[in-house]
Design a protein around this ligand. Structure first.
Ligand SMILES: [Zn+2]
Length: 491
């Protein structure tokens, strides 16, 4: 941290003394610059030098490349705390949605250190992942060694995706682990944190039979280390949200509850009140949502164990099979559940989503899926949808608040666990040049449940670590400026 601060001070003093003579690498000219932390919202010129923001000024600046961005909003690059797509295919959809940092934190990634290495120099946007608790427990059980090793091979080849990973490790989902295996799980989590994992992914919703003691011990470790827990709670109900909050409060673990919309369904107001009450009492607990009324997951998962219709308040016809787009019947449900695959669940009401988006401090996270033509549209359209539909069309929140929910709030959420995030989520001198430039009058999501994934419209330029990766609405070819975001325990 000290080094980073020194670097920042040098940048400050350089710009103070030599502002008039500096030739910046890039100048973004005459855009509407919005910084959610300093509350700047004004027409400014932004100078980029050595991958960082080096100047923000109403004076004209000199640059090797000058881009006129008048009429456009210059915002910090969007930070997505919740993605599952691991490759550049999903990253390209995300960069057209304004995302410059996309992190797999709900599940985390198996063999996390090796995965980080495998992405070096290849990523379009910044990447990172939490430590995968279900994987660390699977590994700790011992008898699955062959599966653990073969998963490493497909991870290194870049062929692992959330389906491949969960199909392997959820074989142990219903096993009660021994005290020895529990201790080994905790040791594994610590070792993976030392490889750079950002906190601990705790998707207990996919292992709903987990013994409450096992869960409490994982939170206890998180509390001792101050390692942030990301939880998809045990069931989509209030009691499960209370369980996560209770474990966090009793152990001092910082907690982020993912997709509060699909976890609380019709009880979203109460869920948000619980999170706000914890925060008001000084507990480090936060949440997020995606701006859609449908969820999406594997049909073979525990989510669809006996009683799913009552738990989720839906039936067969509310399920949409991603491979074909068809709505399910009792017969096709049973057949597909055996073969396995991804399903979209139409289960939420528009008012619930509005309530979540309107609440201050609730962040935006996409829960973007592995690519398939008919993947859940959130994979491609989450951030543009918030800005186009919920800000411009429905006026649920204002533009500055929306930008804050997708930049500063997620950056601040991670600062204590991933120190490099202090330089993201802001348009300030010394911040990383992760910048999203969009037209507030035209920005909108294009992906739909019927037609599948499409690039969003209205995102004109995206810069990642000082390099343009999107220009005039088009992907810049053969540029891989994405950098790793690591957790603070990295050795
Ligand atoms: Zn989830």
């Amino acid at each position: 941290m000290k080094q980073l601060l020194t670097a920042l001070l040098i940048t400050f003093s350089l710009t103070a003394f030599t502002q008039s003579t500096i030739i910046y690498d890039v100048v973004l000219k005459s855009g509407r610059v919005i910084d959610p932390e300093t509350k700047l919202d004004a027409i400014r010129n932004v100078g980029i030098l050595n991958n960082r923001i080096a100047q923000i000024s109403s004076e004209s600046l000199q640059g090797k490349e000058i881009i006129d961005v008048s009429g456009l909003v210059v915002a910090p690059g969007f930070i997505d705390l919740h993605i599952h797509g691991r490759s550049n295919v999903e990253q390209e959809y995300q960069l057209h949605d304004g995302v410059t940092t996309a992190l797999e934190l709900e599940w985390g990634i198996e063999h996390v250190g090796k995965w980080y290495e495998s992405r070096k120099g290849k990523a379009l946007i910044n990447y990172g992942a939490s430590v995968n608790w279900p994987f660390e427990r699977f590994k700790a059980i011992g008898k699955y060694k062959t599966a653990v090793d073969s998963l490493l091979q497909i991870t290194l080849k870049g062929e692992a995706n959330i389906g491949a990973m969960t199909n392997t490790i959820l074989r142990a989902a219903s096993e009660t682990i021994t005290p020895d295996a529990l201790n080994q799980t905790l040791a594994n989590i610590k070792a993976s944190l030392a490889e750079g994992g950002i906190g601990i992914g705790v998707p207990i919703g996919y292992l709903p039979k987990t013994n409450p003691n096992e869960m409490f011990q994982v939170y206890k470790l998180a509390g001792e280390l101050q390692a942030l827990v990301f939880s998809h709670v045990r069931n989509p109900d209030i009691i499960s949200i209370q369980e996560a909050i209770a474990d966090a409060v009793l152990t001092g673990a910082p907690l982020h509850i993912v997709h509060i919309n699909s976890m609380s369904l019709g009880n979203i107001q109460l869920s948000i009140d619980l999170v706000a009450a914890a925060k008001n009492r000084g507990f480090d607990i936060t949440t997020e949502l995606y701006p859609y009324t449908a969820a999406s997951t594997g049909l073979q998962s525990a989510m669809f164990d006996e009683g799913w219709q009552q738990r989720l308040g839906i039936s067969y016809g509310d399920l949409q099979w991603v491979a074909t787009g068809e709505r399910l019947t009792k017969e096709s449900f049973e057949a597909y559940r055996k073969s396995g695959g991804v399903v979209i669940m139409h289960l939420m009401k528009p008012e619930w989503i509005k309530t979540g988006i309107a609440t201050p401090a609730v962040m935006i996270g996409s829960d973007g899926m592995t690519y398939a033509k008919l993947s859940h549209p959130r994979t491609a359209g989450t951030f543009s949808r918030v800005l186009g539909k919920y800000v411009r069309e429905d006026k649920v929140i204002d533009l500055n608040t929306a930008i804050e929910k997708m930049t500063l709030l997620p950056a601040k959420r991670l600062e204590n666990i991933a120190p490099s995030m202090r330089f993201k989520g802001r348009i300030q001198v010394g911040a990383d040049a992760d910048i999203t430039i969009f037209n507030p009058n035209t920005i909108i999501d294009k992906a739909t449940f019927e037609k599948g994934l499409e690039f969003s419209a209205g995102i004109e330029y995206v810069m990642v670590n000082g390099s343009f990766i999107l220009k005039n609405g088009k992907t810049v070819a053969n540029v891989f400026p994405g950098q790793a975001v690591y957790g603070k325990f990295k050795k």
